[in-house]
Design a protein around this ligand. Structure first.
Ligand code: GDP
Length: 364
């Protein structure tokens, strides 16, 4: 599955947000740095209104949404890349995620200590990102000597790797994250294999006070501007309100949202932003037993998409019986779609489209 890592300085609202995400009020947010020492992984259902529609038509007994994982990564402090604070564990955890979510404190509350002594989300962002850049630099410099030795003895892969390492190091030495480097299309895979912390796509969360949940505030606007400058997505959220929303039932939640002037929970916006960031899309399977949403990357071909359900589906892939979501709905399900000639037989080269309703045929 796809994983987003939540990072930020201590006391910016990461745990509050994470708890809201996973609806576990149990792991209580506490008002002191380092309260989140163990990385926590939470699976979140991806809100998908089409799924219910599909289940209704297919008469499915169960609805199973797609899931996205969020990892609450232990608090980072200045100097973490030098092994101070929770550095090493932090770095190990963040290497595993597909995207990095920066939680930035945009609320003032004298009862909540700020590690730097004042609330300044952009300065906080610089602090965290600088640590990640330093960590990348250090790990690349360590690796470079070794890889270069191999390259000198004629290893072609190693040669290409040295070039990529230098590409990253050049960026980092300019004080810029590795994601700003221009990587040749045919080397993206090798680039990803370098596992750099600052080459992952990023998403900003401006965590605002309760009063600013619907409107944002001056600080969140500064964060939005900063995000826009690098073409990144920014979601303005009040973690505290999200935590409250998570404890309400559907009716109460709708009422509370309305009173706040919000169209939907911030967490929905966050999850959808994560989808966009990671270039994800959904396909469906539907039958009497269950209607289910599956997450894939845009551009994946049918066999790879099938592999998300089971490895055997990919290995033994024969074809995918395919109905576009709109056709499925308009023709009232599989039988109607088949009759109308809207059920397509798609082969190995078919690029799955968002909302496709698929039935895989495969050899065992
Ligand atoms: P973490 O260290 O980044 O995980 O931060 P926590 O989630 O533990 O939050 C630290 C403190 O800030 C807690 O006392 C939270 O209740 C408080 N807090 C988090 N988000 C907000 C917010 O949006 N508004 C206010 N006023 N307080 C918040």
């Amino acid at each position: 599955g796809f994983k987003c890592g939540i990072v930020g300085l201590p006391n910016v609202g990461k745990s509050t947000l994470f708890n809201a995400l996973t609806q576990t009020a149990a792991a209580q947010a506490a008002n002191y740095p380092f309260c989140t020492i163990e990385p926590n992984v939470g699976d979140v259902a991806v809100p998908e209104p089409r799924l219910e529609k599909l289940a209704g038509i297919a008469g499915s007994a169960n609805i199973i949404p797609a899931r996205m994982s969020f990892v609450d990564i232990a608090g980072l402090v200045k100097g973490a890349s030098q092994g101070e604070g929770l550095g090493n564990q932090f770095l190990a955890n963040i290497r595993e995620v597909d995207a990095v979510v920066y939680v930035l404190r945009c609320f003032v509350d004298d009862d909540v200590t700020h590690v730097a002594g004042k609330v300044d989300p952009l300065a906080d962002f610089e602090t965290v990102e600088t640590e990640l850049m330093l960590a990348d630099m250090e790990s690349l410099e360590k690796r470079r000597a070794n890889v270069e030795k191999k390259a000198k003895s004629g290893d072609k892969d190693a040669k290409a790797q040295v070039a990529l390492i230098d590409l990253a190091l050049d960026k980092l030495r300019e004080g810029q994250p590795a994601r700003f480097a221009e990587v040749p299309e045919d080397q993206r895979r090798e680039w990803r294999m370098l596992q750099l912390l600052t080459s992952k796509p990023v998403l900003f969360i401006a965590n605002v006070d309760e009063e600013s949940a619907a409107t944002g505030n001056e600080m969140s606007r500064a964060v939005e501007k900063r995000a826009a400058e690098e073409g990144a997505v920014c979601v303005t959220i009040s973690a505290k309100i999200e935590a409250e929303l998570a404890l309400l039932d559907a009716d109460e939640r709708a009422e509370y949202l309305e009173s706040l002037g919000l169209a939907e929970p911030g967490l929905n916006r966050l999850i959808h932003a994560g989808y966009r960031l990671l270039d994800l899309q959904t396909y469906f399977t539907a039958g009497p037993k269950e209607a289910r949403a599956w997450t894939i990357r845009k551009g994946w071909k049918a066999p790879r998409a099938a592999g998300v359900i089971h490895g055997d589906f990919e290995k033994g892939f024969i074809r995918a019986e395919t109905i576009a979501f709109d056709d499925y709905v308009a023709l009232n399900g599989e039988a109607g779609a088949r009759e109308a000639g809207k059920l397509r037989q798609e082969g190995k080269e078919y690029v799955v489209q968002d909302g496709d309703v698929l039935l895989f045929k495969f050899n065992v």
